[in-house]
Design a protein around this ligand. Sequence first.
Ligand code: PLP
Length: 380
Amino acid sequence: MKNFTKIPFNKPFLVGNEIKNIKKVIQSGKISGNGLFTQKCHNFFKQKYSFPYVLLTTSCTDALEMSAILLDIKKGDEVIVPSFTFVSTANAFVLRGANIVFADSCSHHPNVSLETIIPLVTKKTKAIVVVHYAGIACEIDKIKEFCDLNGIYLIEDAAQAIDGYFKERPIGSFGTFSTFSFHETKNIISGEGGLLVINDKSFVDRAEIIWEKGTNRSAFFRGEIDKYGWVDIGSSFLPSEIIAAYLYAQLENLDKIQRKRKALWNRYWENLQTLEKGKHIILPEIPSFSSNNAHIFYILCKSASERQKLIDHLKVNNIFATFHYQSLHLSKYYEHKHTNANKIENANMFSDTLLRLPLFYEMTKSQVDFVTDKINEFYV
Ligand SMILES: *Cc1c(COP(=O)(O)O)cnc(C)c1O
């Protein structure tokens, strides 16, 4: 068996014209935002996924913050958010004064379900935010139907879910708003980067204004008005053309990147079958209604201490595996603000037992084999 000097958890990569595109942008004399490459990226998302309206942002966090502004979230509004997620999913709404009501994960998957959400809904519930963990769709059709029936806004935090599908329909096409991330740890990267998808046309004009620091500059550049000014609140949410240029090169290679990641993911899956059958570990569940975009390969260990021993064992072999979210309702910032009395046990279980294995575009199958050999060595 070949030994590797180091297998990192993640590694940023170039796949095509990233450098060439960035040079082009600099030579064009305009490196600020909303230029040619931003338009190219917008068109890509509209064509590939039929998203009706999109705006590139500097992060998924920004796209979530824009969603909260667009919905006029105010003090006293309740927003239901998974406990097992990244801080931004909740923080974007906390910034506008919302009370966060945390929902538990399913027992068999980190995603929330309609069942874990319904007991939390009150008259004050203004929005529900779902996360498609590891790029695996939650039961978004049922949740959307419930939101529509009850006049509640739905936001898809699809940070991890690029090129993911619920049945045949792209993830990101269900929420009033959906948000994607191109952070260097995601499938498609631009360092920092994000996307806001707007599926309700009535929010489009205001979204553009908020995106352009509260001004109607976008309309001005289209020649619709003869001067632009301050018309609403907003911020600097649009990325520079340098980021869009990097991103566009990745998007042009999306299918290639996805094929590679899926092959690595499947290799992990095959190599770890025996350990799962021996009940040493649990492998990820992919419900029949969801595609697998191969964002994360995780395993579930029996306990936090067993997981730590496995992490240490892998580290000794220069393999860097890592756990994921710690439940937000127990976080230092929110613990004392958390008031809903529902049980949140599954999220805590995933916090304690979920382990993410290395998975990145330039990883090789023999590196996957090396990782799974070392995991086998640990258990048997
Ligand atoms: C990565 C991630 C974010 C944050 O994305 P940024 O682009 O870094 O702001 C938000 N939510 C989830 C679920 C994520 O995985």
